[in-house]
Design a protein around this ligand. Structure first.
Ligand SMILES: Nc1ncnc2c1ncn2[C@@H]1O[C@H](COP(=O)(O)OP(=O)(O)OP(=O)(O)O)[C@@H](O)[C@H]1O
Ligand SMILES: [Mg+2]
Length: 444
């Protein structure tokens, strides 16, 4: 049932309207003064506020102004005496939805109330849908055809409104960062801060003061205090990437934050309360690290309230064609040409490959192959799968190859490392760009 609060200092007026509205099926509250109205608004959820403008020595506008200031957006309708349109305008400026001149016709009032409630409901529905859509479109960036990936997206969808810590595991290049960002964007904290930190790239001391902040003079060079990432992420989400790489000392510190919800900056005495949702990711086997004593079990359980494991690409080959299409589409967009594509054989070659570098490697292969090939359509031979992290096997293979072939392979590796950028690659190779193009068999 919808609750209506009527504020009028004339008892007969509020009682007549009140009775009428009760008969229409509303729950009605009556107040004779601004202070009484304020008490009721605190004590009870009110859907519509109907207030007179002149209330003894107070005014309806001051009531609205107070509510406005408190961020209370209760829907309101003001009643004004004949000839005091200015105050009605003022009331509308303060967020009143509508106004009626006195004496108020009860039928007219009911009509306006219903219209207002309908509009409110519609507005809320729009907000809800927009919210849902924003979440959906975030998930829409993630290519997920395989049942395993579909299942992951369903889980993300299901935990949208829950602030639980999530631990994402998976081999390198499987899309852990992409997933973390999607979880953030679909969460109830989507409008709040999202801060990401890679725990593997910073030395321990630096990571410590980055995460927890430090006080002025905490160490040499700390010439001013600084807020750590936990504080910067307050109210929002912190993504701790490569969590498996943090030192035992920082593991202990992190555990304390997660347990107690407060941090102690380096060199600081006072604890600071923080409210941060943590998403962590690692390509290491944390459970095995717990067993071997490298990772604290208690921290593991804190982070691992929900574990999402992204399987390697070779275990979900159904995703390869869709991913290829996705990346080819990006090449088409970047090169402003719409005739790019692959032959069936080329696609088969990609699906059959094992992808030790997972999606990132697939993306590189597509981008480099198109960069090196001048035609719009790639055949199987033009799909250049440059192995990652396999330098040793290259050396072994290359011992028996002709010089030109070794040179060609080297050129392709350099190009791959530079995302197909010929200018950058030529610089590294110590040749001009036109020489590079000639070696690649291109003219001009
Ligand atoms: N499902 C997906 N759909 C589309 N693109 C994806 C998907 N998963 C990953 N990618 C792309 O693959 C690349 C690697 O993804 P990401 O950086 O998230 O991997 P990662 O698991 O964090 O890797 P690492 O362990 O090396 O840090 C990115 O360019 C990302 O945009
Ligand atoms: Mg990553």
């Amino acid at each position: 049932m919808q609750t209506i609060l009527i504020v009028d200092d004339e008892f007969p007026v509020r009682r007549t309207l009140g009775m009428f509205l009760s008969l229409e099926g509303f729950e009605v509250l009556e107040a004779g003064s601004v202070s009484q109205a304020r008490e009721m608004l605190v004590a009870k959820r009110v859907d519509v506020l109907i207030t007179d403008m002149r209330l003894g020595d107070d005014t309806g506008t001051s009531l609205l102004a107070q509510l406005h200031e408190q961020g209370n957006d209760v829907a309101s309708i003001v009643m004004t005496g004949y000839g005091s349109i200015e105050s009605a305008v003022e009331a509308m400026r303060l967020g009143a939805y509508d106004y009626l001149t006195k004496p108020v016709n009860p039928d007219e009032l009911v009509l306006r109330i219903r219209k207002l409630l309908d509009q409110r409901a519609l507005h809320e529905e729009v907000l809800r849908l927009r919210d849902q859509l924003a979440g959906k479109s975030q998930l829409g960036h993630i290519v997920a055809h395989s049942p395993a990936m579909q299942n992951i997206l369903e889980i993300v969808e299901r935990i949208r409104s829950r602030d639980i810590p999530v631990l994402i595991t998976g081999e390198t290049g499987t899309g852990k960062e992409v997933l973390a960002s999607a979880i953030y964007h679909t969460s109830s904290r989507a409008q709040k801060a999202y801060i990401t930190v890679n725990c593997a790239t910073l030395p321990e001391e630096l990571l410590d003061s980055e995460l927890f902040g430090h006080m002025k003079g905490a160490f040499t060079g700390a010439i001013s205090s600084s807020k750590g990432l936990f504080q910067q992420a307050n109210g929002g989400t912190l993504f701790l990437d490569e969590i498996g790489d943090i030192s035992p000392r920082l593991q202990a510190k992190l555990l304390r934050v997660l347990q107690e919800g407060e941090i102690r900056p380096v060199g600081g005495q006072k604890a600071v309360k923080v409210d941060v949702r943590v998403i962590a990711a690692t390509n290491r086997d944390l459970a095995a690290m717990v067993r071997s004593g490298e990772f604290r079990e208690d921290l593991f359980f804190r982070l691992n309230v929900l574990m999402v494991h992204i399987p390697p690409l070779r275990e979900r080959r159904e995703d390869v064609p869709a991913l290829v299409k996705h990346f080819v589409g990006r090449v088409a967009e970047a090169q402003q040409r719409h005739d790019v594509g692959l032959t069936r054989e080329a696609m088969q070659k990609l699906v059959a490959y094992d992808w030790p570098g997972n999606i990132r490697q697939l993306q590189n292969v597509i981008e480099c192959s198109f960069a090196l090939h001048s035609g719009p359509v790639l055949g199987a031979a033009e799909v250049l799968i440059t192995a990652i992290g396999a330098a040793r096997s290259h050396e072994e293979d290359e011992q028996l190859l002709p010089l030109a072939e070794i040179a060609m392979r080297h050129i392709q590796r350099v190009l791959a490392a530079h995302g197909g950028n010929q200018v950058a690659s030529a610089k590294v190779l110590g040749v001009s760009r036109s020489t590079l193009r000639r070696k690649l068999g291109e003219t001009g």
